[in-house]
Design a binder for this molecule. Structure first.
Ligand SMILES: C[S@@+](CC[C@H](N)C(=O)[O-])C[C@H]1O[C@@H](n2cnc3c(N)ncnc32)[C@H](O)[C@@H]1O
Length: 190
């Protein structure tokens, strides 16, 4: 599916990429390990494409993105888009439940991007599953943290933000065009 974005959506995407770029720059590693929950689900392609470009351009190809999605169609669309952009070598796709895949992971995580279900307990479960793989410089970004009456005052971050704060994480919630994103780290944010 190809979407035609309206001006607000274009602004939101530009804003999101700007925040993610700034947050990624806080990762001190030479060889970056990124995990995202919720992969591309429509053309022209958003987060997976963005992270793969960052690995190619900023880390000069040294790094890896694991992109997890439970929807087979979204995974195969994402593979197509990354191939068309000659970026598939930087991505490993996992089809299935995010929490299960993160739990099974063996490597550490430098950057965790949480953008799967519009259901705060799922996002919290992903974070908790990832805790064992985190180190003191790990950065976590949570998308869609705007107030969403059905789910809570901090959208996808409603459960994970207070949990992370209770465990000593510093959380900065950044306002954008009708969007909010949380960037969390153990050390001072920005
Ligand atoms: C908002 S979309 C991801 C958008 C993508 N990050 C982007 O920017 O292009 C959310 C995705 O999360 C997936 N999803 C929802 N719950 C999930 C779960 N528990 N495990 C894995 N994937 C999940 C959905 O299938 C959907 O493709």
């Amino acid at each position: 599916m190809t979407v035609k974005l309206n001006p607000l959506q274009v602004n939101q995407l530009k804003w999101r990429e700007k925040i993610l770029k700034a947050a990624l720059q806080l990762v001190p590693a030479d060889d970056v390990r990124i995990v995202e929950t919720g992969t591309i689900r429509m053309r022209p392609g958003f987060s997976t494409l963005f992270f793969a470009r960052m690995i190619r351009d900023v880390w000069k190809g040294k790094g890896n993105l694991v992109s997890i999605d439970m929807n087979r169609v979204h995974i195969s669309l994402s593979i197509d888009i990354l191939r068309e952009n000659d970026l598939e070598q930087f991505v490993e796709w996992k089809l299935g439940d995010s929490k299960e895949w993160i739990t099974q992971r063996k490597e550490s995580i430098d950057f965790l991007y949480l953008d799967s279900a519009w259901y705060p307990p799922v996002i919290l479960g992903e974070f908790q599953a990832a805790e064992q793989h985190m180190h003191k410089h790990t950065i976590v970004a949570v998308d869609d943290c705007e107030n969403e009456p059905r789910y809570g005052p901090q959208g996808k971050g409603t459960d994970v933000i207070p949990y992370a704060e209770s465990k000593g994480w510093r959380v900065r919630v950044i306002n954008g065009p009708k969007k909010r994103m949380a960037v969390m780290r153990k050390e001072e944010v920005c």
